[in-house]
Design a protein around this ligand. Structure first.
Ligand code: NAP
Length: 355
């Protein structure tokens, strides 16, 4: 297969470095051109490396980060851009890249609710990518959801046909890396929990409804479901823990809920094992009464390229038509860089990245 020429925006940031390790030696994409802002441009990736659990990938470590523009990336023949830009910066840059015929896979929030932008998790709503078939230009933007929304969407999607819920209630315990690097001031979070993350609760509500919704006449119709959330920042490094409560339309057993997770059948491209970053089991159930935990479960997922892409669920309880459980999602992998890479792999398999 011909590898697509790729670039990575925000390569010096927390999500950018997860992108770098996932894109190095990727079978579908060239090692990306590395780009960042004025603070890091001109430096080698290894000199700005911040991920404590990983070293910089050998093929990219000595590469110099540039301050490329949309025009210069187009001139270099870049076909695919992965964006880990801050939301405040991403909007116009991503629009300009798409206008120049480049496929953009973004982590930023700027375009997630645009009516012509698919907001996709392949196992949840991979078919939403097909909206791109109606577009007029070669370039496009595809986004993945906010990090905490990703966990809810992956864990709840298999349960929708069984429970037919009218509402989802989510309480999050979100790790520090969710705020990027250097993130929250140490004196604000040490010995503390912060019960407010700007815009997070609104994002969980609107993004879940868009992804669970349908496409009609070329537009997204959000699912008619109420989503309530409370979001808190806690002092863990990576991995968001979330407590979820769903109402069931009829009586249901815990066995039936576990069977729905175990029997989940996402779309064929994911099932057939043709996407390198797709985990074999997107939802992993843990029976122990003290799981999931950030420290133990954030790297769930096989094969090796899909580490951190599985969502772990546990502490399942069913009481009078209420289904309650905890989930753990790796915010920077499934809810971040890995989600975008998986979207790009699906887009390539569906034929949106050329011959
Ligand atoms: N962290 C998560 O768990 C998570 C999960 C899902 C989505 N996201 C989203 O992913 C994006 C990146 O988040 P992050 O946590 O990785 O942030 P971050 O650690 O603050 O990194 C931001 C990156 O953007 C670059 N940048 C800043 N201003 C720029 C500009 N004007 N032009 C070009 N590059 C610029 C920075 O380069 P310099 O080094 O030069 O400043 C850095 O590489 C955000 O939109 C965020 O909302 C984050």
């Amino acid at each position: 297969m011909r590898r697509r020429k790729a670039a990575l925006l925000g390569a010096s940031g927390w999500i950018g470095q997860h992108f770098a390790r996932l894109l190095a030696d990727h079978p579908f994409f060239d090692d990306p051109i590395l780009c960042a802002g004025p603070r890091s441009a001109g430096k080698q990736l290894e000199s700005v490396w911040i991920l404590p659990e990983w070293g910089p990938p050998p093929s990219l470590a000595a590469r110099t980060i540039t301050s490329a523009t949309a025009a210069s990336l187009e001139k270099e023949g870049v076909e695919v851009v992965f964006s880990a830009l801050p939301t405040e910066e991403a909007g116009p840059i991503e629009t300009e890249l798409a206008r120049r015929g480049i496929a953009v896979f973004s982590n930023a929030g700027s375009h997630r609710m645009d009516r012509d932008v698919p907001l996709v998790i392949p196992e949840v709503n991979g078919a939403h990518l097909d909206l791109l078939r109606g577009r007029k230009s070669k370039g496009f933007i595809v986004t993945n959801s906010n990090c905490s929304t990703s966990g809810v969407a992956v864990a709840v999607k298999p349960l929708l046909p069984l429970l037919k819920p009218r509402e989802i209630v989510v309480t999050t315990y979100q790790s520090l890396s969710g705020a990027g690097f250097p993130g929250v001031a140490s004196l604000s979070i040490t010995d503390n929990i912060l019960p407010y993350i700007p815009e997070e609760e609104e994002k969980i509500e609107r993004e879940t409804r868009k992804m669970f919704g349908s496409v009609q006449d070329g537009s997204y119709v959000p699912m008619d479901i109420a989503v309530y959330s409370n979001c808190a920042r806690v002092g863990t490094r990576e991995g968001h823990l979330e407590a979820v409560t769903l109402d069931s339309k009829s009586e249901v057993s815990a066995e039936a809920v576990r069977a729905a997770w175990a029997g989940f059948r996402p779309l064929s491209e994911v099932r057939e094992g043709t996407l390198p970053t797709a985990p074999e089991s997107p939802v992993i159930y843990r029976a122990e009464d003290n799981r999931p935990q950030p420290l133990l479960d954030r790297w769930a997922g096989t094969p090796a390229r899909a580490k951190g892409m599985a969502v772990t669920v546990g502490r399942l309880r069913v009481r009078s038509k209420k289904v309650m459980f905890y989930l753990l999602v790796h915010n920077a992998v499934r809810g971040g860089a890995g989600g975008s890479v998986l979207n790009a792999e699906l887009a390539l398999r569906k034929g949106f990245l050329g011959e």
